[in-house]
Write a protein that binds this ligand. Sequence first.
Ligand code: S3P
Length: 164
Amino acid sequence: MKRIVLFGYRGTGKTAIGTVLAQKLGVPFLDTDALVEQQAGRTIPEIFRDSGEAGFRAREREAVSGLPDRDAIIATGGGVVMDPANMEHLRKESVCVLLSADPNVIGHRLAHAPRPALTSLSPTDEITAMLKHRRPAYAAAADFCIDTGRTTAGEAAEKILTLL
Ligand code: S3P
């Protein structure tokens, strides 16, 4: 097996699906957001508050460059694809899976689990604008794409296993 890296916008299920996938395959689960929080000793909202998005991105780049090469499921933050240095590390020896969902589904999920704002737009407009802005980078990152809008984490994990 190689590393499986999950990409996609906030609320597409990277952490939930990655956790199930790692259990099924019996390999470690790593989440770049969790690594950033551990290394900083602060939560992501606290990092955004204290150091802005630039401070968060610097920490995210550090976490990505320190990821091990061994078998693992790796969930990434939604913006990781916008940095070519991150992509060079993440695509090496990895199967890259893009998770997607309808913007309405994403909006509904994020309403229950808010993240730091990336723009001054309303939450709905931010999702639309960021998906448009990031679409080419997400497409370039992906070996496979899975729509997670109508599936449970377990179903999505099974689907990914059939594609490997
Ligand atoms: C971000 C997504 C978040 C986290 C940070 C920035 C983004 O991760 O990395 O808030 O730019 O889309 P999730 O995609 O896991 O929510």
